[in-house]
Design a protein around this ligand. Structure first.
Ligand code: PEP
Ligand code: MG
Length: 557
C-alpha cells in the first residue's frame, strides 16, 4: 500500500481501476507515403469511419447535450467536402496521417472564417483529427480515455472542454497531478460532487488498470490497497451514497435533538443551490466577498439590493449576515489602507469597521431596509447580524447597541479570538448569539498564519486547545441561554461536527456541498454519544490523536 498526498475536494471516497489521460499526439510530418496512394486511402477511410461510429456510440451512451455535440462531431468527420480535401492530399502521395492533419486544419480555418455556429464548432475538428490520427497510429486517442468500464481518471490537469463532456456514470473519481483547490478541475468536481484530489504530484507514476482508492476526505490516493482497505472504502462510499440520495431532512442527532444545518454563502446567487441541498437557512453570509474588488465603499442602495435578494430566498428561515470582515486575507481597499507588518493582528474585522463607523452604519442601514422591504412583500426572513473578530466584552456591547439603533432584532458576535472564547460567558450576557469561526480561532490559538503553507500543520481545528475554547464558548451560551453556532470549515468535517455539538454548538454552518455528509454523520449519534466523543477528543494531546480518539469513541456509539 502506498499513499499519494494531494488536496481533497469534498469528503467522498471511491475506488476503481486507473485510466490515464493520454498526452497530445506529436504532429505528423510532411512525408511521401511508402505504401502508395491507394493503400493510404483505404487506411484513411477506415480510420475516419471508425472514429465517426465511435463518436456516435459515445453520444448515444452519454445522452443529453453531450449526444448532440458528439453526433455533430461524427457528421463533421464524414463531411464530403472534408473527404475530398483528404483525397487531394493522398493523391499527391502523402501519408494518411499527414493528409488528415493538413486537410482537417485547412477545413477548420475555413469554418473559422465563416464564423457563426460553424465557426464555434471549428475547434471540435482538432479533437476529431487527433482521434483519427491516433487510430491510424494504433495509439490511444488523446483526451478523456474510454476504457469501456467505470474508471478513476488520472490526468496532469483537465481542459474545460474535457471536463464538460465527462461521463459521470463512468468517471468514479478524478485525480490530477497539478492544480490547486481553486483550479477548474476542483471547481467542476465540487459543483458536480465528483470525488476528486488535485495537486497530487505522485500520481504521475500510476499505471493504467491498477486499482486505487481515492479518499478525498483524507486527501490521499492509496495505490495497491489491501482487501480490508477496499472493503472499508466501499462501506464509506455506500453510506455516503445513501446519505446523498436519501431524503433531505432537518439536521438532527439520532435521539431527535435538532442541530440546524445552515449554509455559508458569499453571494446571494448561491441561495437556490443551498436550499436544494437542504440548507435550513444561512449561518454565515460573508458580505465582504461582494466588494473585494471595489475601490470605494458600496452604497446603501447597492448593498440593499444584494441583501434583499438573499433574504427573499430564505423567507421564514434564519439568515445570519456578517458585517464586513476586512483585513488580512480579505483586504478591502476602502477599509484597509494603511500598511501593517502583521495584518492578521491588525485593524481588521470589527476594529476596521469601528475606525470607519460611517461604513458600518451604512451597512446596518442597508440590512435593516432590506429586512423591512422583504417583510413587506411576503413572509420575512429571520435576520441575524454579527460582528467579525470581536475580542472584548466592550466591543460586544458597542456592536449590539449600534445594531439595535437600526432596529436589528438579533445581534451577535463571532468568536474567532481566544479572548472572546475565554470570556464567552460575559460576552454572551450582551450578545444575542455567538458564532464560532474555527478558521480564525485555530489561527489565533495556534499562532499559525492560516495562509502560510509552512505552518499548515498547526492549522488543525481538531487540536484540543481549540476544542477547549469551543467548549468554553458552548458553556457561555448555555449559562446565558443563548445559541452558539459554528461557521468555520470545521463544521464541514462530519466527525468533528459531532464533536462540536458535544461541546455545546447548537447549529452548524458550512459550504452547501458538505451538508449531506454532516447530516448523515449527526444522525448516527445521540447527544450523549456526541458528548462522550467530544470528551475523548478533549483528552488527547494533539490534533491527530484527538481525531483518532474521537474515531474510536464514535465506532462504539
Ligand atoms: C472563520 O474564521 O472561521 C470564518 C468563518 O470566517 P472567515 O473564514 O471568513 O475568516
Ligand atoms: Mg474569520
Amino acid at each position: 500500500m502506498t499513499q499519494i498526498h494531494g488536496v481533497g475536494i469534498g469528503l467522498g471516497v471511491a475506488q476503481g481501476p486507473v485510466a490515464r489521460m493520454a498526452a497530445p499526439l506529436p504532429a505528423p510530418t510532411d512525408e511521401q507515403s511508402a505504401i502508395g496512394a491507394e493503400a493510404e486511402t483505404v487506411r484513411a477511410k477506415e480510420a475516419v469511419t471508425a472514429v465517426a461510429r465511435e463518436l456516435e456510440e459515445r453520444g448515444a451512451q452519454a445522452g443529453g447535450a453531450a449526444r448532440d455535440v458528439l453526433e455533430a462531431q461524427a457528421m463533421m468527420a464524414e463531411d464530403p467536402a472534408l473527404e475530398s480535401e483528404v483525397a487531394t492530399r493522398l493523391a499527391q502521395g502523402k501519408t494518411a496521417e499527414w493528409a488528415v492533419a493538413d486537410a482537417f486544419a485547412s477545413f477548420r480555418d475555413m469554418l473559422t472564417a465563416v464564423g457563426g455556429y460553424l465557426g464555434e464548432r471549428a475547434a471540435d475538428l482538432d479533437d476529431v483529427a487527433q482521434r483519427v490520427i491516433a487510430r491510424l497510429r494504433g495509439v490511444p486517442a488523446p483526451g478523456v480515455p474510454d476504457p469501456g468500464h467505470p474508471f478513476v481518471l488520472v490526468a496532469t490537469d483537465l481542459a474545460p472542454a474535457d471536463t464538460a463532456l465527462l461521463n459521470l456514470d463512468q468517471v468514479l473519481a478524478l485525480v490530477t497531478s497539478e492544480g490547486g483547490p481553486t483550479s477548474h478541475t476542483a471547481i467542476l468536481a465540487r459543483e458536480k460532487g465528483i470525488v476528486a484530489i488535485v495537486g497530487a504530484a505522485g500520481v504521475a507514476g500510476l499505471a493504467d488498470d491498477e486499482t486505487v482508492i481515492v479518499d478525498a476526505a483524507a486527501g490521499v490516493v492509496i495505490s495497491d490497497p489491501s482487501d480490508d482497505e477496499l472493503a472499508r472504502a466501499q462501506h464509506r462510499a455506500d453510506a455516503r451514497a445513501a446519505a446523498v440520495s436519501g431524503p433531505v431532512t432537518p439536521g438532527a442527532l439520532s435521539d431527535g435533538t435538532a442541530v440546524p444545518l445552515l449554509a455559508n454563502l458569499g453571494n446571494p446567487d448561491g441561495a437556490a443551490e443551498a436550499v436544494a441541498l437542504g440548507a435550513e437557512g444561512v449561518g454565515l453570509f460573508r458580505t465582504e466577498f461582494l466588494f473585494l474588488s471595489s475601490q470605494n465603499a458600496p452604497t446603501v442602495a447597492q448593498q440593499r439590493e444584494s441583501y434583499e435578494k438573499l433574504l427573499s430566498a430564505f423567507r421564514g428561515k434564519k439568515v445570519v449576515v456578517r458585517a464586513l470582515d476586512a483585513g488580512a486575507d480579505k483586504p478591502l481597499a476602502f477599509l484597509n489602507d494603511a500598511h501593517e507588518e502583521n495584518p492578521a493582528l491588525g485593524l481588521r474585522g470589527l476594529r476596521a469597521l469601528r475606525a470607519n463607523e460611517d461604513i458600518l452604519r451604512e451597512q446596518l442601514t442597508a440590512l435593516a431596509e432590506a429586512d423591512v422591504a422583504v417583510a413587506a412583500s411576503g413572509e420575512a426572513a429571520d435576520l441575524w447580524v454579527m460582528a467579525p473578530m470581536v475580542a472584548t466584552v466592550e466591543e460586544t456591547t458597542y456592536f449590539v447597541e449600534l445594531a439595535r439603533e437600526y432596529g436589528i432584532r438579533t445581534a451577535g458576535v463571532m468568536v474567532e479570538v481566544p479572548a472572546a472564547a475565554l470570556l464567552a460567558d460575559r460576552v454572551l450576557q450582551h450578545a444575542d448569539f455567538a458564532s464560532i469561526g474555527t478558521n480564525d480561532l485555530t489561527q489565533y490559538t495556534m499562532a499559525a498564519d492560516r495562509l502560510l503553507g509552512s505552518v499548515a500543520s498547526f492549522q488543525d481545528p481538531w487540536h484540543p486547545a481549540v476544542l477547549r475554547l469551543i467548549q468554553a464558548t458552548g458553556a457561555g451560551g448555555r449559562a446565558n441561554g443563548k445559541p452558539v453556532g459554528i461557521c468555520g470549515e470545521a463544521a464541514a468535517d462530519p466527525l468533528l461536527a459531532v464533536v462540536l455539538v458535544g461541546l455545546g454548538a447548537t447549529s452548524l454552518s458550512m459550504a452547501p456541498t458538505a451538508l449531506a455528509d454532516v447530516r448523515q454523520s449527526l444522525s448516527s449519534h445521540s447527544l450523549d454519544d456526541a458528548r462522550r466523543i467530544a470528551e475523548a477528543a478533549l483528552g488527547a494531546d494533539d490534533a491527530a490523536s484527538a481525531r483518532v480518539a474521537a474515531q474510536a469513541a464514535a465506532t462504539v456509539s
